[in-house]
Design a protein around this ligand. Structure first.
Ligand SMILES: Nc1nc2c(ncn2[C@@H]2O[C@H](COP(=O)(O)OP(=O)(O)O)[C@@H](O)[C@H]2O)c(=O)[nH]1
Ligand SMILES: [Mg+2]
Length: 318
């Protein structure tokens, strides 16, 4: 069988990871099956510890991003960087040593076998001893909401261990500023990229505080805001359409009540009902308009993304 030259880029987003970055780097195998060249990039985002110095001392490529731009920006930057450096496959591996780098080979296998454009490393959530029962519930609940949203089976929607082929790198276009994890899945599905879950293992991380979320409440608030925003951006007609329909039904009932009294009691009183009916019907109409405009905008976005894909394909010719 003909095997083309395969280049793998491993990107490690890191913000203040001096305690773990060396261990992560050392755990990455020098040789991976079916891969001819491996290049590692640590994407150091605004760290004020020794993350960058440790990488440089160990002769690892490190790109320093200052001031801190956030994980989503860094991920997007990493995709451009991988395309520029002619990667066939890009692996994102968190810098906190939560994921087991030995699983990279397993993670990229469906991509090499052309069975996936994107693979997501699914953690054994139930077995992670440092996750509280509530955190385990949140992780699983979040993944099930995302799965419903995109009509796919996603085992671990917020995993920071995932791989993309070149097609996915060229097509994905993340614009959320906070987290790329869920948006990447939604986009992948909307762009007909195939997503495959790969069961992976994790390393124990005693007493490590998340750099992304202060606590569970912070996690719930940020992710809920994100999901609502994704709904508005990716399914505007459904989002505003449902509001419009609900308001229309309420308006209709109130209007019917007014008419009932108007006909049976010769129009005396109940003017408040009529005013309320008018307000609710107007709101319903506005939501219906937003649904239509949102739909038109999404058509426009698809056209722009087609143009962007062509530009990228030309810019990053192999
Ligand atoms: N580029 C970038 N990376 C970040 C930032 N905050 C966290 N990270 C990295 O993103 C990864 C996930 O963060 P982590 O704290 O482990 O989040 P958790 O796994 O959800 O608790 C780690 O590699 C962090 O170093 C940030 O502001 N910018
Ligand atoms: Mg982590």
């Amino acid at each position: 069988m003909y095997n083309p030259f395969m280049k793998l880029i491993i990107q490690i987003p890191a913000h203040n990871e001096q305690e773990s970055i060396l261990e992560v780097l050392q755990s990455i195998s020098k040789k991976i099956k079916n891969i001819d060249e491996i290049e590692i990039f640590v994407l150091n985002d605004g760290s004020n510890d020794k993350t960058s110095q440790i990488c440089k001392k160990n002769n690892v490529n490190v790109i320093d991003i200052y001031p801190q731009k956030g994980l989503s920006y860094t991920f997007k930057f990493g995709i451009e960087n991988a395309l520029k450096n002619k990667a066939d496959i890009l692996v994102n591996l968190d810098g906190d040593n939560q994921y087991n780098a030995k699983d990279i080979e397993k993670l990229i296998t469906p991509i090499i076998e052309n069975k996936a454009d994107v693979t997501i490393g699914a953690r054994p959530i139930d077995k992670i001893s440092t996750f509280t029962p509530f955190k385990k519930f949140l992780q699983k609940f979040g993944s099930s909401i995302v799965s419903k949203f995109i009509n796919a089976n996603i085992k671990d929607a917020t995993s920071g261990f995932r791989a993309l082929n070149r097609n996915a790198m060229l097509k994905l276009n993340i614009f959320n500023n906070f987290t790329y994890t869920i948006e990447m899945l939604i986009q992948a599905k909307f762009k007909n990229l195939s997503i495959v879950n790969v069961d992976i293992t994790t390393n124990p991380q005693p007493n490590r505080k998340s750099r992304l979320f202060k606590n569970n409440l912070d996690y719930i608030i940020k992710q809920s805001k994100n999901l609502i925003r994704f709904f508005i951006v990716y399914k505007p007609s459904q989002f505003f359409g449902v509001f419009s329909l609900i308001l229309f039904i309420i308006g209709l009932l109130i209007g019917a009540r007014f008419l009932y009294y108007f006909i049976n009691f010769e129009g005396n009183g109940h003017i408040q009902s009529l005013i309320l009916c008018t307000i609710i019907m107007t709101l319903s109409f506005i939501c219906a308009m937003l649904a239509i405009v949102g739909d038109l905008f999404s058509i426009n976005r698809k056209l722009l993304e087609d143009i962007q894909l062509e530009i990228r394909q030309n810019k990053y010719k192999k």
